[in-house]
Design a binder for this molecule. Structure first.
Ligand SMILES: *Cc1c(COP(=O)(O)O)cnc(C)c1O
Length: 359
């Protein structure tokens, strides 16, 4: 028998979540965001599952985009950071890829490169995130330059929201975006998952949902994934591989950061930070054993986690454990660990065997 850890990827949940995004988007079209190996779920697997549901795929790496084309995917592909060097541009035309253009350097590269076909581009505008995008001063001359550049086809105006999941919302950025876009009739692309779910006014042009496709909530403090109609796609599961009986006062694991206050049974689970479980998850992080919710105790180690078996008299070696997914929302684990579902899902490591289900 092999080490019992598994990531089970539920393709029907992925498709169902995309259908929720589709419904929410109304007339807007959907880029399924597949960056970071489809948030840890597997790029090709996710692309295949969403083939007839998403209108296009948004990703980060040129190699991934080329791999999708070589695998036969024909839908539009958006590269969210565009190109980094002018010598990548011929690949964009060869493989029909759409770059995001967010710097003057990229504009110069586009304007000075002769291409065999015109490229559609997404022009990214900085409306307050202050990460990528052109300023209001840069925008108009650049738009004119792109509209007249022989290498450029249609220009779509795009921005990204910093607070769509928070109380501040998107209105303050939308006002700025509409100022930018005033007087032009270019297509637009605005909404991430949080904006798509929360703000009807962001459901224009092409939406860019990511996290909701994978069944996690973009605002877990306010609304659970389940309440949003989303189902977990990744279930990380394993088993108990050993049991220890502790006396009162005994400590657990590296650094002995957890001390048993009374005699207790603990289970040792085959899952650690080398599988992608967060090392910073404190004692008390929720975990399922035999389908029942208990808590981790002690420090997460490379290959193992310890769990409290109080009240789980039937649990022992071989008992099934769910780290997150079916029965235990990844958002609950992320919240306990002081992070977000995105980080946990993306962090799944290559050593974890993946099983697909299509229930
Ligand atoms: C990652 C990303 C998204 C998707 O965001 P979610 O919060 O996962 O929905 C959308 N747009 C851009 C530009 C991104 O980088």
């Amino acid at each position: 028998m092999t080490r019992p850890i598994r990531a089970t990827i539920d393709l029907s949940a992925l498709r169902g979540n995309c259908a929720v995004a589709r419904q929410c988007a109304g007339a807007a079209r959907l880029w399924a965001v597949l960056k970071a190996n489809a948030y840890g779920h597997g790029l090709m697997r996710a692309a295949e599952a969403l083939d007839d549901i998403a209108d296009g795929y948004a990703l980060l790496d040129l190699d991934d985009a080329v791999a999708l084309r070589e695998a036969g995917f024909r839908q539009p592909i958006l590269l969210l950071e565009g190109f980094f060097e002018a010598d990548e541009l011929p690949l964009f035309t060869e493989y029909s890829l759409t770059p995001v253009v967010h710097t003057l350097d990229q504009v110069d590269m586009l304007a000075s490169t002769v291409l065999p076909a015109r490229l559609p581009v997404y022009l990214k505008l900085n409306t307050g995130m202050n990460r990528l995008g052109l300023s209001a001063e840069e925008f108009h001359p650049v738009l004119t330059a792109l509209e007249t550049a022989p290498s450029v086809a249609a220009v779509t105006l795009m921005t990204h929201f910093a607070d769509a999941d928070l109380a501040r919302g998107i209105a303050w950025q939308l006002v700025r975006f509409d100022e930018f876009a005033q007087g032009c009739d270019h297509p637009v692309s605005l909404a991430n998952s949080a904006a798509l779910l929360r703000f009807p006014e962001a459901r224009r042009g092409w939406a860019r949902p990511g996290i909701m496709l994978y069944g996690a909530s973009p605002f877990p403090q306010d609304e659970s994934a389940e309440a949003l109609g989303l189902r977990p796609v990744m279930t990380l599961s394993s088993q108990i591989i050993a049991v220890q009986e502790l006396k009162a006062g005994e400590r657990v694991g590296y650094g002995g950061i957890f001390t048993a206050e009374r005699p207790m049974r603990i289970g040792i689970v085959a899952c650690g930070y080398a599988d992608g479980y967060p090392r910073h998850a404190p004692s008390g992080t929720p975990i399922l054993v035999e389908g029942r919710r208990t808590r981790t105790v002690g420090r997460v180690s490379m290959d193992m986690i310890m769990v409290d078996l109080e009240g789980l008299t039937e649990a022992g070696i071989g008992s099934p454990v769910v780290l997150w997914g079916e029965g235990l929302p990844v958002d609950d684990v992320a919240t306990a660990a002081g992070t977000v579902s995105y980080e946990l899902l993306c962090a799944l490591t290559a050593r974890v065997p993946v099983t697909e289900v299509n229930a």
